[in-house]
Design a protein around this ligand. Structure first.
Ligand SMILES: [Zn+2]
Ligand SMILES: [Zn+2]
Length: 344
């Protein structure tokens, strides 16, 4: 878990420090100043308080599998730290931590603190975090920020999963918008990876059943079963895959090959791809794919598949919760009488 800002634990555990003869020792020991007051490094950089003190570092962001035990030493007290537990694997969710990390670095800079961002080798995880920070503060694209960093530190090489996450970060405007279709789709993919047996899906994964909410949000459209008028989902649950957000949002490594064949297709989408809604829960548990039926009249509305389905426009969406447009009616939520709707 991400700990709050904490002072250095004294009498900390021994750190594993590479000896001077092992390969890569220099790069892991060395801290690089990539911007004035912003340092990037490996685990060895926090093992030597002297080095931190000499560089004037008073804030440390650790993105690693283990929280570092800082050696006691003069000048290490009062340091601010943030620990983000993360393995250097493509499937690691770094995206959800980016706002917090970027804010931590930004806050330290504002206070005039020199800040160190480090992981184990100083090559992938810390590079991804610093890249996000540069994207946001210097208004750079992912490619610009990453290339910029690689000119300063040539061995910097984040894994492909982090690259993909930073492209999503960019598509969201260098801020993690948890209500955006991009983030919702990303979270769904992460859930699929995390819960292969799909027996205990987290509740927050499901959108609230629109029949349980009396108030309509401004400008929201309600979608009802064409046959029995039962409210099924809101427009905020639609995971758009229009040009622009689509290719970036769904270009996960597992599904790149067949999907590229259809990029740029302008064919009309005949389905809505939505986030799961509460009434689907019993249908989705423990099953990889199946039909989606109206919870009231059992009319066939569409289908779902945790491995993904292809839209009529050609794009694959993973996982997919697909509602055929001709099985539902769009109803505008009237602003004055929130519970009333009007067909549009
Ligand atoms: Zn489509
Ligand atoms: Zn129905």
């Amino acid at each position: 878990m991400v700990g709050p800002a904490a002072s250095w634990p004294l009498g900390a555990a021994m750190m594993e420090v590479q000896g001077p003869s092992s390969s890569g020792a220099n790069s892991s020991r060395q801290m690089l100043e990539v911007r004035p007051g912003l340092y990037l490094g490996g685990v060895a950089s926090v093992a030597e308080p002297d080095q931190l003190r000499e560089a004037g570092i008073t804030a440390v962001l650790t993105v690693d599998s283990e929280e570092p035990g800082f050696k006691a030493g003069a000048g290490v007290e009062g340091l601010r730290s943030l620990f983000v537990p993360a393995l250097d694997k493509p499937e690691t969710d770094l995206l959800s931590h980016l706002d917090r990390c970027v804010a931590f670095i930004g806050q330290a800079c504002t206070e005039g603190r020199a800040v160190l961002v480090h992981c184990h080798a100083g090559v992938s995880r810390s590079v991804a975090i610093v890249t996000a920070f540069l994207m946001k503060t210097d208004q750079l694209t992912f490619e610009q920020a990453y290339e910029n960093l690689q000119t300063i530190k040539p061995e910097a090489k984040m894994n492909e999963g982090f690259e993909w996450q930073l492209k999503l970060y960019q598509a969201m405007g260098n801020e993690v918008d948890t209500s955006s279709a991009i983030y919702k789709q990303y979270r769904l993919q992460k859930v699929t990876e995390k819960y292969p047996e799909l027996q205990n899906l987290p509740q927050e994964l499901f959108a609230v059943d629109p029949t349980t909410i009396s108030q309509g949000l401004k400008d929201e459209v309600l979608y009802k079963c064409r046959k029995c008028r039962r409210s099924l989902f809101r427009s905020s649950s639609i995971l758009d895959h229009k040009e622009g957000s689509g290719p970036i949002a769904f270009a996960h490594k597992r599904m790149t090959t067949p999907f590229m064949l259809t990029t740029g297709s302008q064919a009309q989408c005949t389905s809505y791809f939505i986030e799961p809604v509460q009434w689907m829960e019993s249908t989705l548990l423990g099953v990889m794919d199946g039909q989606l039926l109206c919870p009231k009249c059992s009319a066939k509305l569409g289908s779902f598949n945790w491995y993904g389905e292809q839209c009529s426009c050609g794009r694959w969406i993973t996982p997919a919760f697909q509602i055929h447009k001709n099985r539902v009616d769009e109803m505008k939520v009237l602003p004055v009488l929130g519970s009333q709707t009007r067909k549009i």
